[in-house]
Design a protein around this ligand. Structure first.
Ligand code: 6GU
Length: 212
């Protein structure tokens, strides 16, 4: 087990395979600071067609994720016990807006579960029983929570102590404060045609904004 364990519940688990194999997230997993398990919600559907959704009670457009299947999927992932009640975070456009301070807090947890919503909604009883927090990544509607789960995991993984090296985390400090940074240019002289200041190989980042 890594320092932080994240479990993702999704009906499209394949979406995450490549994502986990690149960059900082991959490094966090390789350093055993992070582990991510991906659970196919459909595996918990007992019927032949692996049904995970149902018509809404009372009618209306869209489908509802079935509570029994979600509960079975969740319980098979993390058997809920007195001493093990991880955060269950539902990804939904109705959730609280995800930001850097949210990411900081999540990076300090031992374990959490991300449930990727699909269809119109999740059953209200499931929300009330299991969901501890709801996150949205912005004011627009995605077809499912999967891209949002990737955003959250990327932002959180880089904050786990030991994932970034000293140099990267030094940059990160100033980046975290204002979430703004000055313009940057590559050191290489071959990039000089795009950036005349760079010919010397040195750029003063404090002045580079006014130089243009
Ligand atoms: Cl977390 N899920 C969906 N489906 N849409 C979103 C979102 C999440 N955040 C913004 N839009």
């Amino acid at each position: 087990m890594g320092r932080l364990s994240i479990h993702i519940l999704s009906i499209f688990p394949g979406i995450f395979e490549d994502f986990l194999n690149y960059g900082i997230v991959r490094r966090a997993v390789e350093k055993k600071l992070l582990d991510v398990s991906i659970v196919n919600i459909r595996d918990s559907a007992p019927d032949k067609h692996k049904t995970v959704d149902d018509l809404p009670y009372g009618g209306g457009a869209g489908m509802i994720m079935k509570p029994d299947i979600l509960a079975a999927s969740l319980e098979s992932t993390v058997p809920f016990r007195e001493n093990r009640r991880p955060e269950v975070i539902f990804l939904t456009p109705q959730g609280k807006r995800f930001d850097q301070s949210h990411a900081n807090k999540m990076s300090m947890l031992d374990e959490f579960i991300l449930i990727c919503g699909r269809y119109r909604a999740v059953d209200e009883r499931f929300r009330e029983t299991y969901v501890t927090d709801e996150i949205s990544i912005g004011d627009y509607v995605l077809s499912g929570g999967e891209p949002a789960a990737m955003v959250v995991i990327d932002a959180v993984a880089r904050l786990i102590p030991g994932v970034l090296n000293d140099f990267e985390s030094g940059i990160e400090d100033s980046f975290q404060n204002a979430l703004l940074d000055c313009p940057w240019f590559p050191l290489s002289k071959t990039s000089g045609t795009f950036c005349p200041m760079n010919i010397s190989g040195l750029v003063n980042h404090g002045q580079s904004r006014s130089a243009f």
